[in-house]
Design a protein around this ligand. Structure first.
Ligand SMILES: C[S@@+](CC[C@H](N)C(=O)[O-])C[C@H]1O[C@@H](n2cnc3c(N)ncnc32)[C@H](O)[C@@H]1O
Length: 276
């Protein structure tokens, strides 16, 4: 039994439980309690003497976090490009650097009212297709994933943003389920080499969202070969920080002005666009 369930005491108890396994334990305590109470930081700071209900449920979350399960899987919420999305363990947690992917695509399309067909390979939680559907209101999207669990999570997010009429989901591998003409192919595929040792928090994420093959870039190359075969006008793809040379080499017959690499905010190579 806890001696007190006041906000200030619960915050101290969570911090003690998370220390020393979780860095910035007192901040994580605030985030867990804010999610539990569905309140913001201002409320938390100004209501330290308020009583917290359902403390047992809260501490089930805290114990999961103490085992390094990502906060996003525990609270089922993740923020991406200033929007809040549903997330659960069947899909990769969106990474902040993928926001630059959205900017890269936006920069490539001069007409925001373009009636084009985007195809996404590996939709995961849905963040990329959903954000681009919001930016390009006349575009239509076909999105593929090999994981039924990921497609379930994408379905929830597509419904949340009322985009059921514009984003069609298909279960399958790469472009195999897409026979239609594609104007713009987009993908943040798995690109880590299969034998990479993962940090413990990454072990909670779906492994087929992370590992891209023995070298790591196999899926990217399969997509590139489809782009060349089908003559797809635009392809934007996220990649690993050390894959630029391999991709440039694979595309050595392509004019350099048709291949643009972009970096993340730390200056690491992060993705590219191929224009045919
Ligand atoms: C790195 S995650 C990206 C998820 C989401 N688009 C994002 O950016 O957060 C890669 C996704 O590709 C899916 N995937 C892996 N192999 C695939 C394949 N052969 N065909 C289609 N999707 C695949 C995984 O299930 C996962 O959802």
């Amino acid at each position: 039994m806890r001696s007190s369930s006041l906000v200030e005491d619960i915050l101290k108890d969570i911090t003690t439980t998370l220390n020393p396994m979780i860095p910035r334990a007192s901040r994580e305590a605030q985030l867990l309690l804010m999610a539990h109470l569905s309140c913001d930081e201002l409320w938390l700071m100004t209501n330290k003497k308020s009583e917290v209900k359902d403390v047992d449920k809260l501490f089930q979350w805290v114990n999961r976090r103490a085992k390094n399960e990502p906060l996003e899987y525990i609270t089922n919420k993740v923020s991406f490009y200033s929007e809040e999305f549903y997330i659960a363990s069947g899909a990769l947690i969106p990474r902040p650097e993928t926001e630059l992917f959205i900017d890269e695509v936006i920069n490539n399309i001069s007409n925001p009212h373009a009636k084009i067909t985007f195809v996404e390979v590996g939709i995961g939680s849905g963040i990329i297709s959903i954000m681009l559907a919001l930016k390009f209101p006349h575009a239509k999207f076909i999105a593929v994933d090999i994981s039924p669990a990921a497609l379930e999570i994408a379905t929830i997010n597509i419904k949340k943003f009322s985009l059921e009429d514009r984003i069609e989901l298909r279960l399958g591998s790469l472009l195999e389920p897409v026979k239609e003409h594609i104007d713009y192919l987009i993908s943040n595929p798995p690109y880590i080499a299969n034998d990479t040792d993962l940090e413990s928090n990454l072990l909670y994420e779906p492994q087929n969202a992370l590992f891209g093959g023995t070298i790591g870039d196999e899926i990217i190359k399969e997509l590139l070969s489809e782009v060349l075969k089908r003559n797809i006008n635009f392809f934007t793809c996220e990649m690993g920080y050390d894959q630029k040379d391999k991709i440039r080499n694979y595309l050595k017959d392509t004019k350099s002005e048709d291949l643009n690499f972009y970096e993340d905010l730390s200056g690491f190579d992060r993705g590219f666009t191929l224009k045919l």
